[in-house]
Design a binder for this molecule. Structure first.
Ligand SMILES: [Zn+2]
Length: 315
């Protein structure tokens, strides 16, 4: 039995898996991510939730010694062990946003190594990419694609990248943080990371509420409901969001020569019927020598891409 852990800025999800090629996720539990206390409370929450899942399933907690953990980046190495420096978790890093803590980093690998003898921690978009290549939309005839990316459009914007069959990681496991690429001089586009005018600051789920609440759209859901009801101003704002995201997709293709990008994340997933064709249209026809032969598709694993991402790290 192994543990599959998906840490997000909003919630933590834990499942158990029997191994041996079985993809069933058992005793799944979800809780809000702890936001206050000492920085190691997050690792303590993970360990407690795994132990509770074991009790629910009737297995001894010590029989679960292997864990796959996906978490939001950026990562830092503290004495060689992965710690999280994510603006979506650490109040000490966030510019201009209320947080109930002043954390600058959250230790993860060091405390979890005390509980699990086998542990693999990856950025959540990298884990999702691996799951999509094995079981989702980034495979063909049962074989993982060699040149592909997974993009999450959620509270934040993140990517997992694969070129020539190799998943890209980088010096601290942070390859794919192109959501923090600068694309605009908009002064209203303050990202949680402190950048003004990066992709996430313009189109991330948090950014949508922050930028458009004074126009009567306090969150992404309200904006999309209004657009679907015929509100042309809401529709135009969404078109602007798709222009930014479409350029981001184009830049990815131009940089990495990809054959397919799959997209997930709550903002995209809940409104994919509206967004997918717009994003495809933003890319189609631009420099065909690069973009022809690259498909843009919805995540094959849908809303479960996070859980399966954690499974991909241990299965
Ligand atoms: Zn940013």
């Amino acid at each position: 039995m192994r543990a599959c852990v998906d840490i997000g800025g909003t919630k933590v999800s834990v499942s158990l898996n029997a191994g041996g090629g079985d993809r069933a996720l058992l005793a799944t539990r979800t809780e809000p991510t702890v936001q206050s206390g000492t920085p190691d409370v997050l690792a303590c929450q993970v360990v407690r939730m795994v132990d509770e899942a074991c009790m629910q399933l009737g297995v001894l907690p010590q029989s679960v010694q292997s864990a796959g953990v996906c978490a939001p980046g950026p990562f830092l190495l503290e004495q060689g062990a992965i710690a999280l420096a994510s603006p979506n978790l650490c109040g000490g890093l966030t510019a201009g946003h209320d947080r109930s803590n002043d954390w600058r980093t959250v230790p993860l690998e060091a405390p979890l190594r005390q509980r699990f003898t086998q542990l693999r921690i990856e950025n959540d978009a990298v884990a999702a990419l691996e799951a999509e290549r094995r079981w989702g939309a980034l495979q063909q005839d049962g074989r993982p694609l060699d040149h592909c990316a997974y993009l999450t459009w959620s509270t934040g914007i993140g990517m997992g990248l694969c070129v020539d069959g190799r998943v890209l990681r980088g010096k601290n496991g942070n390859a794919g943080h192109a959501g923090h690429s600068f694309v605009s001089d908009n002064l209203d586009a303050l990202c949680g990371c402190g950048n003004v005018g990066d992709v996430e600051g313009l189109v991330g789920g948090n950014a949508i509420g922050r930028r458009f609440s004074t126009l009567g759209y306090p969150d992404a859901a309200t904006l999309f409901i209004a657009a679907k009801a015929g509100d042309t101003r809401a529709g135009a704002l969404i078109d602007d969001l798709c222009r930014v995201m479409g350029r981001t997709l184009y830049n990815l293709i131009a940089t990495l020569d990809l054959q397919r990008i799959s997209i997930g994340g709550s903002v995209f997933w809940h409104h994919r019927d509206w967004l997918l064709s717009k994003l495809q249209a933003e890319v189609a026809g631009k420099l065909p020598a690069l973009t022809d032969g690259c498909d843009i598709v919805a995540a094959g694993l849908g809303e479960r891409v996070g859980d399966f991402g954690a499974l991909a790290l241990v299965a």
